[in-house]
Design a protein around this ligand. Structure first.
Ligand SMILES: C[S@@+](CC[C@H](N)C(=O)[O-])C[C@H]1O[C@@H](n2cnc3c(N)ncnc32)[C@H](O)[C@@H]1O
Length: 303
């Protein structure tokens, strides 16, 4: 069973809000429309997009940042520095608490990597869609392509390490979804979910971002920290990854670690690569880059 402790993630979410400031600014400029008065960031994490929206909207507009975890929301409050109203609400509690928190029909609702943590993702999309003003937009930043930072052959361990990390994370994701109390499958894509929520002119735009090698020392450190967090999450000595059949909600899951998570060999390789004192430390390499593609699925409320 996997239960994410969001309070423990609060510091990492704040760091990623800071690290992704340029991306958030660029995307906010693209999704905001003239005349928007109310924008919402749901499952806001460290408040990166909430902050970018408050900067992109004209003075007098309202930005509301919503999250289900008080420690995470505190990070968003600090990061947005009073420019954003922060509200503690869960997407799992239905439309009414969200409506109360926002307190006006929304011109734009942004939800990045958060709806996939709702127990019933379609119900969450339905609830969010119901909060839109006529012509308002619901933007779900979900999926895309796995990011690439490492050369295929690192000179240590089996080549293809990053691909196997992605595959293990994908299996982690299934166990995480199955572990959510009341988990409901979403056996179709996000554009279909937006359409089922009654939205029109549904489309997807994917944004490619690239920072070529060599990375700046700050960017390199972020990339290394990102790998550290992902590997720890998949390491059974750090995280409670595997459950016996039937113990989780939904379909219980128990597969030997070699088949389900990272292999012992790959874990050992990651430890070499992530040890700042070791000769293989990633943080001293000049051939790491960042290539990522993130998808934004957009639907409009009828006018
Ligand atoms: C992966 S983080 C994404 C944070 C941010 N949107 C971003 O893209 O960096 C998921 C966020 O959703 C929040 N969250 C998880 N379940 C939620 C729920 N049911 N209702 C509202 N927020 C939730 C978590 O506290 C966390 O801040």
């Amino acid at each position: 069973m996997i239960e994410i402790d969001w309070a423990e993630e609060a510091g990492r979410l704040r760091a990623s809000a800071e690290g992704e400031a340029d991306w958030n600014r660029m995307v906010a400029a693209g999704v905001v429309r003239a005349g928007d008065k109310v924008a919402v960031d749901v499952g806001c994490g460290g408040g990166g997009m909430a902050k970018a929206l408050s900067e992109a909207l004209p003075a007098g507009a309202t930005v509301v940042a919503i999250d289900a975890d008080p420690d995470v929301l505190e990070q968003a409050r600090e990061h947005t520095g009073g420019a954003v109203r922060c509200e503690l609400v869960s997407m799992d509690s239905g439309a009414e608490p969200l409506r109360k928190a926002i307190d006006a029909p929304a011109d734009l609702i942004w939800a990045s990597a958060s709806v996939h943590h709702a127990a019933d993702q379609q119900a969450a999309v339905d609830a969010l869609a119901s909060l839109l003003a006529p012509g308002g937009r619901l933007a779900l930043a979900e999926g895309g392509l796995p990011a690439r930072s490492l050369p295929w052959d690192l000179g240590v361990g089996e080549p293809g390490l990053e691909l196997r990390l992605d595959a293990a994370q994908d299996r982690w994701f299934k166990v995480m979804r199955d572990s959510l109390p009341g988990s409901v499958p979403l056996p179709y894509g996000w554009t279909e979910a937006l359409t089922r929520a009654g939205l029109v002119e549904v489309t997807t735009q994917s944004i490619l971002s690239e920072t070529p090698a060599p990375l700046s020392p700050e960017r390199l450190e972020q990339v290394v920290h990102g790998f550290r967090a992902r590997v720890d999450r998949l390491n059974p000595e750090v995280t409670d990854l595997i459950v016996g059949h039937g113990q989780g909600h939904g379909h219980g899951h128990s597969v030997p670690l070699d088949a389900e998570g990272l292999s012992a060999e790959d874990l050992a390789t990651w430890e070499l690569l992530l040890d700042p004192e070791g000769e293989h430390y990633l943080g001293r390499r000049s051939d790491l880059a960042v290539l990522s593609v993130r998808s934004i699925h957009l639907g409009h409320a009828a006018r």
